[in-house]
Design a protein around this ligand. Structure first.
Ligand code: GTP
Ligand code: MG
Length: 149
């Protein structure tokens, strides 16, 4: 099993979609191991988005994600990194399938509601960046036998 970092961006918080995003991951059967709301400092966002430094959307992106509180979370389960990305939908909401989070709630790339780690390496890096070890709960989901074969 693996863990991924999912973040509701400030537009998702403002638009009241936090509960729905939590619900989707919970109801899919994934286990929530970390959750907090915070106004991300600039340095944290610079580190989080270091792969995009220098691109033309970099400054607008940091300004967008820093414009209000975000909800940071860590979810655990089988293939949660790749399945989580599918649940989010394509980066450009115009290409996101209806039924995905972006496909249900977003129109443009620069206001696409949610972030999800794109690889095991990114997930580990982002979880370490956003959470201290003590902020992650080690618990077992007692319904696991009804979720996994
Ligand atoms: P995240 O899960 O947020 O990382 O999205 P992603 O992995 O699907 O996309 P990527 O990492 O390439 O880009 C990170 C974020 O930058 C996107 O989710 C968008 O919010 C923003 N972004 C990426 N490309 C563009 C762009 O061309 N224009 C604008 N305005 N924003 C962009
Ligand atoms: Mg990305």
């Amino acid at each position: 099993s693996e863990r991924t970092f999912i973040m509701v961006k400030p537009d998702g918080v403002q638009r009241g979609i936090v509960g729905d995003i939590l619900r989707r991951f919970e109801q899919r059967g994934y286990k929530l191991v970390g959750l907090k709301l915070l106004q991300a400092p600039r340095a944290l966002l610079e580190s989080h988005y270091e792969e995009h430094k220098g691109k033309k959307f970099y400054e607008p992106l940091l300004s967008y994600i820093g414009s209000g509180p975000v909800v940071a979370m860590v979810w655990e389960g089988l293939n949660v990194i790749s399945v989580g990305r599918k649940m989010l939908g394509a980066t450009d909401p115009a290409k996101s399938e209806p039924g995905t989070i972006r496909g249900d709630y977003a129109i443009v790339t620069g206001r696409n509601i949610v972030h999800g780690s794109d690889s095991e390496k990114a997930a580990q890096r982002e979880i370490d960046l956003w959470f201290r070890a003590e902020e992650l709960a080690n618990w077992s989901l007692t319904v696991n036998p009804w979720i996994y074969e």
